[in-house]
Design a protein around this ligand. Sequence first.
Ligand code: GLA
Length: 380
Amino acid sequence: MGWMAWERFRCNVNCDNDPYNCISETLFTDMADRLSEDGWRDLGYVYVNIDDCWSSMERDENGRLQPDPKRFPGGIPKLARYMHDRGLKLGIYADMGTDTCEGFPGTPLDKIKIDAQTFAEWEVDMLKFDGCHSNASEQEQGYPLMSKALNATGRPIGYACSWPVYQDCLPPKVNYTQLGKICNLWRNYYDIEDSWDSVQEIIDWFFDHQDVLIPVSGPGRWNDPDMLVIGNFGLNMDQSRTQMALWAIMAAPLYMSNDLRSISSGARSILQNKMAISINQDPMGIQGRRIVKEGSWIEVFWRPLSNNTSTLVFFCRKNTPCLYHTSLSRLNYTTGSYKIFDVFTETNMMLKDSIDFMVSVNPSGVVMWHVSAPTKMNLR
Ligand code: GLA
C-alpha cells in the first residue's frame, strides 16, 4: 500500500512554470508529509513511489543512472532517508528497454546489474520495472535477470513487473507461474486512467479472466490492476467506493495516485475505510471472484477471508438504482445465521441463510459486506 506519482502527475517536468505539480523532490516530500501526518501511514499506506521522468537524460561518468539535478537537488538517497525517517518506504521506476516509456534512459540488459546496485546503494525499497522499447526476447532475459540482481544486492527491494502488459496479458504468452517466482507484483493489464470507463474496463478484464488470475496470486505475488484513482476528477463517490471494494476483492496492491494535499474528505474517508483496508490486506491473501452476473445490471463478488469470515460485494451496473432480491443460501452461505457488517455505512445486522432479502445499490456503486461465520448459538 502506498502512493505513486504516475496517474495524477504524469511526466510533468516543468518545474519553472508548475513547481507545485512537477516531478521533483518536493512533490515526494510533500506526499510523505501528508502520508505521515494525515493518518495514511498508520493505516498501511507506506510506499512513496517515484514513476517515470525522474532521471537525467544522461547516465553519469560511471555509467550510473542519476536523477535530474535541478528537480532532485538532494539526490535519491536524501529522499530515501526522508521516507525512512518517517516510517515510510521509497519506490523507484526503471524500464528494461533502451528508453523508458517517456524517453528517459532505460535499463537494457547490460545495465541491469549496475542499476540494481545503484538502487540498493540509494536505499530504495521497491522497483517498478517497465517494458517500453524492449523486445520479447530481451524481456525474457531481463525480467528474471533484474530479479536476480536485486536479490544479489542483499537489500529487500519489492519487485513490480510490467512484463505481462508487453505480452498481451494472458497465457500462453504470459507465464504467470514464472512471474510468481521472480516478481512480487505485476501489472497484468493496460494503464488505468482517471475515468469511470477505464475503471470499468479493468474490472471487466480482471473478472472475465478470474479463473486464470486467481490461482497465480497469493502472499508475495500479486496481480496488480493498477493505481487507485479515487480522489481525482473522474469518479463520483459511488464509483470511488466501487474501485475500493473491488480492489479489495482482488487482493490488489493499493497504490493511490492522487493529490493528498488537497483530497476531499469524501475520497479520504473511502481510502481510509478501515474494514475495506483490512479486507484488502487479509493475511490469507486469497483473491476473490465474481459469483453472480445477472444480465447487465447486477454482479456479486465474494472473497474468503481469515477467521472464517468473508466479504460480499453487490455492484450495480445500471445508471438507475438496482434493487436486488436474493438470499445468503443462494450465495453459497448455508450454515445458519451470519453477522453482517456493512463496510461503507458501518452498520451491523444478523441475517439467516434461508431468508430472502433485498439489497438496494446506487447506480455504478456497491454495497460491501463483511460476513462473519455463524457463532455456536446461531447454529441450527
Ligand atoms: C507505462 C506504465 C505506466 C507508467 C508509464 C510511465 O505506461 O504502464 O504505469 O509507469 O509507463 O511512462
